[in-house]
Design a protein around this ligand. Structure first.
Ligand code: UD1
Ligand code: PEP
Length: 426
Protein backbone atom coordinates (compact mmCIF):
# COMPACT_ATOMS: atom_id res chain seq x y z
CA UNK A 1 0.00 0.00 0.00
CA UNK A 2 1.14 3.50 -0.76
CA UNK A 3 0.68 6.71 1.16
CA UNK A 4 0.52 10.18 -0.33
CA UNK A 5 2.30 13.07 1.34
CA UNK A 6 1.15 16.61 0.62
CA UNK A 7 2.91 19.77 1.81
CA UNK A 8 -0.01 22.17 1.66
CA UNK A 9 -0.80 25.86 1.49
CA UNK A 10 0.79 26.46 -1.91
CA UNK A 11 -1.04 28.00 -4.87
CA UNK A 12 -1.08 25.93 -8.04
CA UNK A 13 -0.79 27.14 -11.63
CA UNK A 14 -0.06 25.87 -15.14
CA UNK A 15 -1.73 23.24 -17.29
CA UNK A 16 -2.98 19.73 -16.72
CA UNK A 17 -4.13 17.23 -19.33
CA UNK A 18 -6.94 14.84 -18.49
CA UNK A 19 -6.51 11.14 -19.26
CA UNK A 20 -8.92 8.63 -20.76
CA UNK A 21 -12.03 7.82 -18.75
CA UNK A 22 -11.59 5.13 -16.09
CA UNK A 23 -15.19 3.99 -16.34
CA UNK A 24 -14.98 3.58 -20.14
CA UNK A 25 -11.65 1.82 -20.04
CA UNK A 26 -12.60 -0.65 -17.33
CA UNK A 27 -15.61 -1.78 -19.39
CA UNK A 28 -13.88 -1.76 -22.78
CA UNK A 29 -11.06 -4.02 -21.57
CA UNK A 30 -13.46 -6.86 -20.62
CA UNK A 31 -15.47 -6.10 -23.79
CA UNK A 32 -12.31 -6.76 -25.84
CA UNK A 33 -12.58 -10.49 -25.16
CA UNK A 34 -15.67 -10.54 -27.38
CA UNK A 35 -13.51 -9.76 -30.42
CA UNK A 36 -12.17 -12.31 -32.89
CA UNK A 37 -9.14 -10.12 -33.58
CA UNK A 38 -6.57 -8.19 -31.53
CA UNK A 39 -7.89 -4.86 -30.25
CA UNK A 40 -6.02 -1.59 -29.78
CA UNK A 41 -7.04 1.21 -27.41
CA UNK A 42 -5.51 4.67 -27.17
CA UNK A 43 -5.64 7.28 -24.35
CA UNK A 44 -5.80 4.50 -21.79
CA UNK A 45 -5.21 5.94 -18.30
CA UNK A 46 -2.30 4.51 -16.29
CA UNK A 47 -4.34 3.50 -13.26
CA UNK A 48 -4.32 0.47 -10.94
CA UNK A 49 -7.68 -0.76 -12.25
CA UNK A 50 -6.17 -1.17 -15.74
CA UNK A 51 -3.20 -3.14 -14.39
CA UNK A 52 -5.52 -5.41 -12.40
CA UNK A 53 -7.69 -6.02 -15.46
CA UNK A 54 -4.54 -6.97 -17.40
CA UNK A 55 -3.78 -9.58 -14.69
CA UNK A 56 -7.29 -11.03 -15.10
CA UNK A 57 -6.87 -11.17 -18.90
CA UNK A 58 -3.58 -13.04 -18.48
CA UNK A 59 -5.40 -15.82 -16.59
CA UNK A 60 -7.59 -16.29 -19.70
CA UNK A 61 -4.54 -16.53 -21.94
CA UNK A 62 -5.39 -13.10 -23.35
CA UNK A 63 -2.16 -11.17 -23.85
CA UNK A 64 -2.03 -7.43 -23.33
CA UNK A 65 0.66 -4.79 -23.69
CA UNK A 66 0.42 -1.25 -22.31
CA UNK A 67 2.89 1.31 -23.70
CA UNK A 68 2.52 5.12 -23.60
CA UNK A 69 -1.25 5.08 -23.22
CA UNK A 70 -1.78 2.47 -25.94
CA UNK A 71 -3.16 -0.86 -24.77
CA UNK A 72 -3.12 -3.79 -27.17
CA UNK A 73 -5.20 -6.82 -26.24
CA UNK A 74 -5.08 -10.12 -28.13
CA UNK A 75 -8.02 -12.38 -27.23
CA UNK A 76 -7.56 -14.75 -30.18
CA UNK A 77 -6.19 -17.58 -27.98
CA UNK A 78 -8.60 -17.08 -25.09
CA UNK A 79 -9.36 -19.97 -22.73
CA UNK A 80 -11.83 -20.23 -19.85
CA UNK A 81 -9.32 -19.88 -17.00
CA UNK A 82 -9.96 -19.60 -13.28
CA UNK A 83 -10.07 -15.86 -12.70
CA UNK A 84 -7.80 -14.50 -9.92
CA UNK A 85 -10.15 -13.54 -7.10
CA UNK A 86 -7.70 -11.01 -5.55
CA UNK A 87 -7.64 -8.97 -8.78
CA UNK A 88 -11.39 -9.45 -9.28
CA UNK A 89 -12.03 -8.09 -5.80
CA UNK A 90 -9.68 -5.14 -6.27
CA UNK A 91 -12.10 -3.39 -8.60
CA UNK A 92 -15.78 -3.02 -9.37
CA UNK A 93 -15.58 -3.40 -13.11
CA UNK A 94 -14.52 -7.04 -12.93
CA UNK A 95 -18.28 -7.72 -13.07
CA UNK A 96 -18.09 -6.89 -16.79
CA UNK A 97 -16.39 -10.25 -17.28
CA UNK A 98 -19.79 -11.79 -16.44
CA UNK A 99 -21.45 -10.23 -19.50
CA UNK A 100 -18.38 -10.56 -21.71
CA UNK A 101 -17.68 -14.23 -20.87
CA UNK A 102 -21.35 -15.00 -21.28
CA UNK A 103 -21.26 -13.38 -24.73
CA UNK A 104 -18.10 -15.29 -25.66
CA UNK A 105 -18.56 -18.74 -24.07
CA UNK A 106 -22.26 -18.79 -23.04
CA UNK A 107 -21.10 -19.30 -19.45
CA UNK A 108 -19.13 -17.45 -16.81
CA UNK A 109 -17.79 -18.07 -13.32
CA UNK A 110 -16.77 -14.81 -11.64
CA UNK A 111 -16.38 -14.03 -7.95
CA UNK A 112 -18.38 -11.14 -6.55
CA UNK A 113 -16.68 -7.86 -7.58
CA UNK A 114 -14.94 -5.41 -5.26
CA UNK A 115 -14.52 -1.70 -5.95
CA UNK A 116 -15.13 1.26 -3.78
CA UNK A 117 -16.69 0.74 -0.42
CA UNK A 118 -19.47 3.29 -0.82
CA UNK A 119 -22.40 1.46 0.77
CA UNK A 120 -24.43 -1.46 -0.58
CA UNK A 121 -23.73 -2.23 -4.25
CA UNK A 122 -26.10 -5.02 -5.31
CA UNK A 123 -25.91 -6.65 -8.77
CA UNK A 124 -29.51 -7.90 -8.88
CA UNK A 125 -30.23 -5.91 -12.05
CA UNK A 126 -27.24 -7.46 -13.87
CA UNK A 127 -28.52 -10.90 -12.91
CA UNK A 128 -32.06 -10.03 -13.93
CA UNK A 129 -30.74 -9.04 -17.38
CA UNK A 130 -28.71 -12.25 -17.81
CA UNK A 131 -31.79 -14.27 -16.87
CA UNK A 132 -33.97 -12.34 -19.34
CA UNK A 133 -31.47 -13.31 -22.06
CA UNK A 134 -31.94 -16.98 -21.18
CA UNK A 135 -29.13 -17.62 -18.69
CA UNK A 136 -29.29 -19.55 -15.44
CA UNK A 137 -27.54 -17.76 -12.56
CA UNK A 138 -26.38 -19.26 -9.25
CA UNK A 139 -24.62 -17.51 -6.41
CA UNK A 140 -22.34 -19.97 -4.58
CA UNK A 141 -20.74 -18.32 -1.54
CA UNK A 142 -19.82 -15.12 -3.37
CA UNK A 143 -19.05 -16.76 -6.72
CA UNK A 144 -21.55 -16.07 -9.49
CA UNK A 145 -22.02 -19.00 -11.88
CA UNK A 146 -23.86 -18.20 -15.07
CA UNK A 147 -24.72 -20.69 -17.80
CA UNK A 148 -27.04 -21.15 -20.76
CA UNK A 149 -28.63 -24.18 -22.39
CA UNK A 150 -27.60 -25.48 -25.83
CA UNK A 151 -29.43 -22.64 -27.56
CA UNK A 152 -27.22 -20.00 -25.96
CA UNK A 153 -28.55 -16.50 -25.36
CA UNK A 154 -31.57 -15.03 -27.12
CA UNK A 155 -32.65 -11.41 -27.58
CA UNK A 156 -35.13 -10.15 -24.98
CA UNK A 157 -36.80 -7.12 -23.47
CA UNK A 158 -34.84 -6.08 -20.38
CA UNK A 159 -36.56 -3.68 -17.98
CA UNK A 160 -34.09 -2.29 -15.45
CA UNK A 161 -35.76 -1.35 -12.15
CA UNK A 162 -33.01 1.16 -11.31
CA UNK A 163 -30.86 3.24 -13.61
CA UNK A 164 -27.57 1.36 -13.40
CA UNK A 165 -24.40 1.99 -15.39
CA UNK A 166 -23.05 -1.48 -14.68
CA UNK A 167 -26.27 -3.36 -15.44
CA UNK A 168 -26.74 -1.41 -18.70
CA UNK A 169 -23.22 -2.22 -19.90
CA UNK A 170 -23.39 -5.86 -18.78
CA UNK A 171 -26.70 -6.24 -20.65
CA UNK A 172 -25.07 -4.84 -23.79
CA UNK A 173 -22.04 -7.16 -23.46
CA UNK A 174 -24.21 -10.25 -23.00
CA UNK A 175 -26.63 -9.29 -25.80
CA UNK A 176 -24.22 -8.07 -28.48
CA UNK A 177 -23.72 -11.59 -29.90
CA UNK A 178 -27.03 -13.11 -28.71
CA UNK A 179 -29.54 -14.41 -31.23
CA UNK A 180 -32.13 -11.78 -32.15
CA UNK A 181 -33.06 -8.35 -30.84
CA UNK A 182 -32.60 -7.11 -27.27
CA UNK A 183 -34.15 -3.89 -25.98
CA UNK A 184 -32.87 -2.40 -22.71
CA UNK A 185 -35.47 -0.15 -21.09
CA UNK A 186 -34.58 2.42 -18.42
CA UNK A 187 -30.93 2.24 -19.53
CA UNK A 188 -28.31 4.53 -17.99
CA UNK A 189 -27.20 7.40 -20.25
CA UNK A 190 -23.61 8.07 -19.14
CA UNK A 191 -21.10 9.17 -21.84
CA UNK A 192 -19.00 6.11 -20.98
CA UNK A 193 -21.86 3.90 -22.23
CA UNK A 194 -21.78 5.70 -25.58
CA UNK A 195 -18.00 5.15 -25.68
CA UNK A 196 -18.32 1.40 -25.10
CA UNK A 197 -21.09 1.12 -27.70
CA UNK A 198 -18.96 3.09 -30.21
CA UNK A 199 -16.12 0.63 -29.58
CA UNK A 200 -18.45 -2.36 -30.19
CA UNK A 201 -20.22 -0.83 -33.22
CA UNK A 202 -16.85 -0.10 -34.85
CA UNK A 203 -16.19 -3.83 -34.60
CA UNK A 204 -19.47 -4.69 -36.35
CA UNK A 205 -21.99 -4.67 -33.50
CA UNK A 206 -25.49 -3.35 -34.18
CA UNK A 207 -26.41 -1.19 -31.19
CA UNK A 208 -28.64 1.87 -31.39
CA UNK A 209 -29.82 4.35 -28.79
CA UNK A 210 -26.77 4.57 -26.50
CA UNK A 211 -27.03 7.85 -24.60
CA UNK A 212 -30.84 7.52 -24.38
CA UNK A 213 -32.81 5.37 -21.96
CA UNK A 214 -33.75 2.78 -24.60
CA UNK A 215 -30.93 0.78 -26.20
CA UNK A 216 -31.69 -1.65 -29.07
CA UNK A 217 -29.23 -4.41 -29.91
CA UNK A 218 -29.41 -6.77 -32.87
CA UNK A 219 -27.09 -9.68 -32.18
CA UNK A 220 -24.19 -10.31 -34.59
CA UNK A 221 -22.11 -13.51 -34.91
CA UNK A 222 -18.66 -11.93 -34.84
CA UNK A 223 -16.83 -8.75 -33.81
CA UNK A 224 -13.62 -7.71 -35.57
CA UNK A 225 -11.50 -4.64 -34.77
CA UNK A 226 -10.17 -2.72 -37.76
CA UNK A 227 -9.00 0.48 -36.09
CA UNK A 228 -7.69 1.89 -32.81
CA UNK A 229 -10.36 3.06 -30.37
CA UNK A 230 -9.57 6.30 -28.52
CA UNK A 231 -11.06 6.45 -25.01
CA UNK A 232 -13.06 9.60 -24.17
CA UNK A 233 -11.62 12.04 -21.58
CA UNK A 234 -12.38 11.27 -17.94
CA UNK A 235 -15.08 13.72 -16.86
CA UNK A 236 -14.62 12.79 -13.19
CA UNK A 237 -10.87 13.44 -13.28
CA UNK A 238 -11.63 16.73 -15.07
CA UNK A 239 -14.21 17.68 -12.41
CA UNK A 240 -11.68 16.89 -9.68
CA UNK A 241 -9.07 19.21 -11.24
CA UNK A 242 -11.76 21.90 -11.77
CA UNK A 243 -12.60 21.80 -8.08
CA UNK A 244 -8.90 21.83 -7.16
CA UNK A 245 -8.18 24.73 -9.52
CA UNK A 246 -11.05 26.77 -8.06
CA UNK A 247 -9.86 26.00 -4.51
CA UNK A 248 -6.08 26.52 -4.73
CA UNK A 249 -5.33 27.70 -8.27
CA UNK A 250 -3.77 30.94 -9.45
CA UNK A 251 -4.79 30.19 -13.04
CA UNK A 252 -4.98 26.60 -14.27
CA UNK A 253 -5.83 25.38 -17.77
CA UNK A 254 -7.38 21.92 -17.93
CA UNK A 255 -6.89 20.27 -21.33
CA UNK A 256 -8.66 17.33 -23.00
CA UNK A 257 -12.09 18.00 -21.53
CA UNK A 258 -15.51 17.54 -23.14
CA UNK A 259 -17.37 20.40 -21.38
CA UNK A 260 -20.78 18.96 -22.41
CA UNK A 261 -20.05 15.91 -20.22
CA UNK A 262 -19.66 18.20 -17.21
CA UNK A 263 -22.69 20.45 -17.67
CA UNK A 264 -24.33 19.83 -14.29
CA UNK A 265 -20.98 20.13 -12.48
CA UNK A 266 -20.06 23.34 -14.31
CA UNK A 267 -23.54 24.75 -13.58
CA UNK A 268 -23.00 24.10 -9.86
CA UNK A 269 -19.55 25.73 -9.91
CA UNK A 270 -21.06 28.75 -11.69
CA UNK A 271 -23.84 28.92 -9.08
CA UNK A 272 -21.10 29.06 -6.42
CA UNK A 273 -19.54 32.03 -8.22
CA UNK A 274 -16.59 30.15 -9.75
CA UNK A 275 -15.31 31.91 -12.88
CA UNK A 276 -14.47 29.62 -15.81
CA UNK A 277 -13.37 30.24 -19.40
CA UNK A 278 -14.75 27.32 -21.37
CA UNK A 279 -13.26 26.51 -24.79
CA UNK A 280 -13.99 23.63 -27.17
CA UNK A 281 -11.87 21.03 -25.36
CA UNK A 282 -10.28 22.88 -22.46
CA UNK A 283 -11.35 24.95 -19.46
CA UNK A 284 -9.29 27.76 -17.90
CA UNK A 285 -9.92 28.42 -14.22
CA UNK A 286 -8.62 31.80 -12.99
CA UNK A 287 -8.01 32.50 -9.29
CA UNK A 288 -11.36 32.31 -7.53
CA UNK A 289 -12.39 33.96 -4.26
CA UNK A 290 -15.81 35.10 -2.94
CA UNK A 291 -17.64 31.82 -3.35
CA UNK A 292 -21.08 31.10 -1.96
CA UNK A 293 -22.54 27.89 -0.51
CA UNK A 294 -24.87 25.72 -2.61
CA UNK A 295 -27.00 22.58 -2.38
CA UNK A 296 -25.82 19.54 -4.33
CA UNK A 297 -27.98 16.52 -5.08
CA UNK A 298 -26.50 13.62 -7.02
CA UNK A 299 -28.62 11.85 -9.65
CA UNK A 300 -27.88 9.62 -12.68
CA UNK A 301 -26.37 11.31 -15.76
CA UNK A 302 -26.94 14.04 -16.90
CA UNK A 303 -27.44 14.98 -13.23
CA UNK A 304 -24.68 15.83 -10.78
CA UNK A 305 -22.40 12.73 -10.61
CA UNK A 306 -22.02 10.89 -7.30
CA UNK A 307 -18.32 10.53 -8.19
CA UNK A 308 -17.93 14.33 -8.01
CA UNK A 309 -19.80 14.82 -4.76
CA UNK A 310 -16.67 14.37 -2.65
CA UNK A 311 -14.22 16.22 -4.90
CA UNK A 312 -16.37 19.39 -4.72
CA UNK A 313 -16.54 19.27 -0.90
CA UNK A 314 -13.22 21.01 -0.09
CA UNK A 315 -14.28 23.85 -2.40
CA UNK A 316 -17.59 24.13 -0.52
CA UNK A 317 -15.54 24.64 2.67
CA UNK A 318 -14.17 27.83 1.08
CA UNK A 319 -17.67 29.15 0.30
CA UNK A 320 -19.51 31.59 2.55
CA UNK A 321 -22.60 30.21 4.27
CA UNK A 322 -23.78 26.64 4.46
CA UNK A 323 -23.74 23.97 1.74
CA UNK A 324 -25.68 20.72 1.67
CA UNK A 325 -24.75 17.56 -0.23
CA UNK A 326 -27.30 14.79 -0.72
CA UNK A 327 -26.11 11.66 -2.52
CA UNK A 328 -29.26 9.91 -3.73
CA UNK A 329 -27.22 7.20 -5.52
CA UNK A 330 -24.95 6.21 -2.63
CA UNK A 331 -26.41 7.87 0.52
CA UNK A 332 -23.63 6.39 2.68
CA UNK A 333 -20.82 7.77 0.52
CA UNK A 334 -19.44 9.81 3.41
CA UNK A 335 -15.98 8.38 4.10
CA UNK A 336 -14.32 11.76 3.53
CA UNK A 337 -16.33 13.51 6.25
CA UNK A 338 -14.52 12.18 9.31
CA UNK A 339 -11.13 12.71 7.62
CA UNK A 340 -11.85 16.34 6.68
CA UNK A 341 -13.19 16.91 10.20
CA UNK A 342 -9.80 15.77 11.56
CA UNK A 343 -8.22 18.53 9.47
CA UNK A 344 -10.50 21.12 11.08
CA UNK A 345 -13.33 21.23 8.53
CA UNK A 346 -16.75 22.34 9.73
CA UNK A 347 -18.58 19.38 8.21
CA UNK A 348 -21.04 16.81 9.55
CA UNK A 349 -23.60 14.24 8.46
CA UNK A 350 -27.12 14.56 9.86
CA UNK A 351 -29.54 11.72 10.61
CA UNK A 352 -30.93 11.92 7.04
CA UNK A 353 -27.47 11.28 5.51
CA UNK A 354 -27.22 14.90 4.39
CA UNK A 355 -23.68 16.27 4.48
CA UNK A 356 -23.73 19.77 5.98
CA UNK A 357 -20.72 21.94 5.22
CA UNK A 358 -19.97 25.35 6.71
CA UNK A 359 -17.34 27.90 5.77
CA UNK A 360 -13.93 26.94 7.17
CA UNK A 361 -11.00 29.37 7.14
CA UNK A 362 -8.23 27.08 8.23
CA UNK A 363 -7.41 23.44 7.57
CA UNK A 364 -4.43 21.73 9.21
CA UNK A 365 -2.44 18.85 7.73
CA UNK A 366 -3.12 15.53 9.45
CA UNK A 367 -2.59 11.78 9.07
CA UNK A 368 -5.77 10.65 7.33
CA UNK A 369 -6.86 7.77 5.09
CA UNK A 370 -8.44 7.45 1.65
CA UNK A 371 -11.36 5.11 2.37
CA UNK A 372 -12.21 5.05 -1.34
CA UNK A 373 -11.18 6.72 -4.59
CA UNK A 374 -13.25 9.92 -4.45
CA UNK A 375 -12.91 10.35 -0.67
CA UNK A 376 -9.18 10.27 -1.47
CA UNK A 377 -9.59 12.87 -4.21
CA UNK A 378 -11.38 15.20 -1.78
CA UNK A 379 -8.61 14.66 0.77
CA UNK A 380 -5.90 15.50 -1.79
CA UNK A 381 -7.59 18.86 -2.46
CA UNK A 382 -8.03 19.48 1.27
CA UNK A 383 -4.36 18.59 1.80
CA UNK A 384 -3.33 21.16 -0.82
CA UNK A 385 -5.48 23.80 0.95
CA UNK A 386 -4.22 22.91 4.45
CA UNK A 387 -1.39 24.40 6.46
CA UNK A 388 1.33 21.84 7.15
CA UNK A 389 1.74 18.29 5.94
CA UNK A 390 -1.05 15.85 5.18
CA UNK A 391 -0.30 12.13 4.97
CA UNK A 392 -2.99 10.09 3.21
CA UNK A 393 -2.74 6.35 3.82
CA UNK A 394 -4.51 3.77 1.61
CA UNK A 395 -3.49 5.93 -1.35
CA UNK A 396 -3.87 2.94 -3.69
CA UNK A 397 -7.57 3.74 -3.61
CA UNK A 398 -6.70 7.05 -5.30
CA UNK A 399 -4.33 5.37 -7.76
CA UNK A 400 -7.20 3.06 -8.81
CA UNK A 401 -8.52 5.89 -10.94
CA UNK A 402 -6.25 8.97 -11.11
CA UNK A 403 -3.74 8.73 -13.94
CA UNK A 404 -0.21 9.98 -13.07
CA UNK A 405 -1.59 12.10 -10.22
CA UNK A 406 1.80 12.81 -8.67
CA UNK A 407 3.29 13.94 -12.00
CA UNK A 408 0.26 16.07 -12.85
CA UNK A 409 0.19 17.77 -9.42
CA UNK A 410 3.95 18.32 -9.39
CA UNK A 411 3.67 19.95 -12.80
CA UNK A 412 1.17 22.40 -11.26
CA UNK A 413 3.77 23.26 -8.53
CA UNK A 414 2.23 21.11 -5.80
CA UNK A 415 4.59 19.52 -3.29
CA UNK A 416 3.41 15.92 -3.27
CA UNK A 417 5.04 12.53 -3.13
CA UNK A 418 4.09 8.90 -2.91
CA UNK A 419 5.75 6.54 -0.43
CA UNK A 420 5.47 2.83 -0.01
CA UNK A 421 3.96 2.22 3.42
CA UNK A 422 5.58 -1.21 3.72
CA UNK A 423 9.10 0.18 3.14
CA UNK A 424 8.42 2.78 5.80
CA UNK A 425 7.61 0.08 8.36
CA UNK A 426 10.81 -1.97 7.77
C1 UD1 B 1 -16.90 1.08 -12.95
C2 UD1 B 1 -17.98 2.10 -12.97
O1 UD1 B 1 -18.44 2.51 -14.02
N1 UD1 B 1 -18.34 2.60 -11.81
C3 UD1 B 1 -19.36 3.63 -11.75
C4 UD1 B 1 -20.71 2.97 -11.83
O2 UD1 B 1 -20.80 2.02 -10.76
P1 UD1 B 1 -21.97 0.95 -10.80
O3 UD1 B 1 -22.21 0.55 -12.21
O4 UD1 B 1 -21.58 -0.12 -9.84
O5 UD1 B 1 -23.19 1.79 -10.26
P2 UD1 B 1 -24.71 1.71 -10.76
O6 UD1 B 1 -24.96 2.75 -11.80
O7 UD1 B 1 -24.98 0.31 -11.11
O8 UD1 B 1 -25.47 2.08 -9.41
C5 UD1 B 1 -26.50 3.05 -9.38
C6 UD1 B 1 -27.48 2.71 -8.29
O9 UD1 B 1 -28.17 1.51 -8.63
C7 UD1 B 1 -28.11 0.57 -7.58
N2 UD1 B 1 -28.06 -0.78 -8.19
C8 UD1 B 1 -27.14 -1.04 -9.17
C9 UD1 B 1 -27.08 -2.28 -9.78
C10 UD1 B 1 -27.98 -3.27 -9.36
O10 UD1 B 1 -27.99 -4.41 -9.86
N3 UD1 B 1 -28.88 -2.98 -8.40
C11 UD1 B 1 -28.95 -1.76 -7.78
O11 UD1 B 1 -29.78 -1.54 -6.91
C12 UD1 B 1 -26.82 0.93 -6.83
O12 UD1 B 1 -26.86 0.45 -5.50
C13 UD1 B 1 -26.85 2.44 -6.93
O13 UD1 B 1 -27.67 2.98 -5.92
O14 UD1 B 1 -21.73 3.97 -11.70
C14 UD1 B 1 -21.71 4.62 -10.42
C15 UD1 B 1 -22.90 5.58 -10.39
O15 UD1 B 1 -22.79 6.56 -11.34
C16 UD1 B 1 -20.38 5.36 -10.23
O16 UD1 B 1 -20.30 5.85 -8.93
C17 UD1 B 1 -19.20 4.43 -10.47
O17 UD1 B 1 -18.01 5.17 -10.58
C1 PEP C 1 -17.14 4.38 -7.38
C2 PEP C 1 -16.17 4.46 -8.27
O1 PEP C 1 -15.56 3.45 -8.89
P1 PEP C 1 -15.87 1.88 -8.92
O2 PEP C 1 -17.28 1.72 -9.38
O3 PEP C 1 -14.88 1.38 -9.91
O4 PEP C 1 -15.65 1.38 -7.52
C3 PEP C 1 -15.66 5.78 -8.75
O5 PEP C 1 -14.96 5.79 -9.79
O6 PEP C 1 -15.92 6.81 -8.10
Amino acid sequence: MNKMIIHGNTRLSGEVTIGGAKNSTVAIIPAAILADTPVQLDMVPDILDVHNLMLILKRMNVTSEFVDGVLTIDPTHIIEGNLPSKAIKSLRASYYFMGALLGRFHRAVVSFPGGDNIGPRPIDQHIKAFKALGAKVEDEHGTVKISTGEDGLHGANIFLDVVSVGATINSVLAAVKADGVTVIHNAAREPEIIDIVTFLNNMGAKIRGAGTNVIRITGVPSLRATNTHTIIPDRIEAGTYLSMAAAVGDGIKINNVIPEHLESFIAKLTEMGVKLNIAEDSIYVPRNDDLKGVSVKTTPYPGFATDLQQPITPLLLKAQGESIVIDTIYPKRIKHVIQLKKMGANIRVDDRNRILIKHTDHLTGQHIEAGEIRAGAAEVIAGLMAHGTTVISKANNILRGYDNIIGKLTNLNAKVELMNDDKDKS
